[in-house]
Design a protein around this ligand. Structure first.
Ligand code: PLP
Length: 398
């Protein structure tokens, strides 16, 4: 018989009762170091007192009023996000896929209002992940996710990642823009080269296209800057954020320049829940922490120290790992052994990880993770690697 909870996930048989910082405690008392962070989402870890207090206080005042009225928490959040980024205006929604859908709507609307209604197509990349709605499945382009769900939504093409010639060759009279993850997450923690991001910016300028960025996973401080594109010294025209934005409370956002946002007049887009007082209180509390002086510098420093340990891990266990990739605290360990086996060994050692494509083990700890906890994670990874060694190598390692 089908479970009452629709079985769309292969869940681990683990129930967490509470959490504390980077740690989760299971119902049976076992403690796990959480380097999955609910898929790069629990940015402040678990039970963060400032986030908990902000949510409790707002819940006691008013949770939801709809966008028929002014919402001071949303106005304040939008002002803080625009002050901290390239953007002039922000739309709030409830998830990553919804933010990406809205972003594509903004790109098409801007083109239509600039007298180019024929420009509606978006160039996407192989290995991308943009979400599970019908249109974002087509933007994702992964045949495995599309199968059985009818014809692809029109308007998306895919070219190899980090390949400028392929991008330029794909540009046509119907192209509205380009959609890129500065660091591909689900696709295997594959970073765009900084030069590629700069080249995408100049290509968009050359052809009058819009540059859209999906920073749902790599944004909100994860790379050690508020948004990952900042490392390249360029800005997009429009960008999506979600996952870590409200520390685990569901929220998405579309950030845009005035050029793109000014056409989104009353009635052009909407969301019942989007930007409600509770979500915005959570996101404002997250910003209080990650925009505090020194916080992102510390994320960067913690990431760099963690990478040193991981480089050593890969050198010590070439039978298990072949590469460290990503940026800051969005890290992929490319596995030689089957990723599922390595993840199971990590779990047995008390370390939670997430899988990613290309046989990659994903490590995305809360941004508040301590240096000592990263060292503990590296030790757990080394013990997990020893469990995965082919038996001959295991004897040699002893
Ligand atoms: C998770 C993710 C999405 C989809 O977000 P949902 O909140 O699951 O809809 C889109 N793009 C990227 C890069 C993501 O990591």
């Amino acid at each position: 018989m089908i479970p009452a909870l629709m079985p769309t996930y292969n869940r681990a048989d683990l129930v967490f009762e509470r959490g504390e910082g980077a740690w989760l405690v299971a119902a049976d008392g076992r403690r796990f170091l959480d380097f999955g962070a609910g898929i790069a989402t629990s940015s402040l870890g678990h039970g963060h007192p400032h986030l908990v207090a902000a949510i409790a206080a707002q819940a006691g005042k008013v949770m939801h009023v709809s966008n028929l009225y002014r919402i001071p928490e949303a106005e304040r959040l939008a002002e803080r996000l625009t002050a901290a980024t390239f953007a002039d205006s922000v739309f709030f929604c409830n998830s990553g896929a919804e933010a990406n859908e809205g972003m594509v709507k903004l790109m098409r609307k801007a083109m239509a209002e600039e007298d180019h209604p024929e420009r509606y197509r978006v160039i996407c990349f192989e290995g991308a992940f943009h979400g599970r709605t019908l249109a974002m499945l087509s933007a994702t382009g992964n045949a495995k996710y599309l199968k059985g769900f009818g014809p692809r939504v029109d308007g998306f093409e895919h070219v190899p990642f980090n390949n400028l010639n392929a991008v330029r060759a794909a540009i046509g009279p119907e192209t509205a823009g380009i959609l890129v993850e500065p660091v591909q997450g689900e696709g295997g923690i594959r970073p765009a080269s900084l030069q590629f991001l700069r080249d995408l910016r100049s290509t968009c300028d050359e052809f009058g296209l819009l540059l859209g960025m999906d920073e749902i996973q790599c944004g909100m401080g994860r790379t050690g800057k508020l948004f990952a594109h900042e490392w390249a010294g360029i800005t997009p025209d429009v960008m999506s954020a979600a996952k870590g934005i409200a520390g685990g409370f569901p929220m998405g956002a579309i950030l845009a320049t005035e050029r793109v946002a000014r056409h989104m007049t009353p009635g052009t887009h909407g969301s019942t829940f989007g930007g409600n007082p509770l979500a915005c209180a959570a996101a404002n509390a997250v910003l209080d922490i990650i925009l505090a002086p020194g916080f992102l510098t510390e994320v960067d420093r913690t990431g760099r120290r963690f990478w040193r340990d991981l480089d050593r891990l890969v050198a010590d266990y070439p039978e298990v790992f072949s590469e460290v990739r990503g940026a800051g605290l969005i890290v992929g360990l490319k596995c030689v052994a089957p990723q599922g086996e390595v993840a199971a060994a990590c779990l047995a050692e008390g370390l939670l990880t997430v899988n990613a494509a290309e046989n990659v083990l994903r490590l995305v700890p809360p941004l508040i993770v301590r240096e000592s906890e990263c060292r503990t994670a590296a030790e757990m990874l080394a013990r997990a690697a020893r469990r995965c060694l082919p038996s001959k190598a295991k004897v040699a390692a002893k």
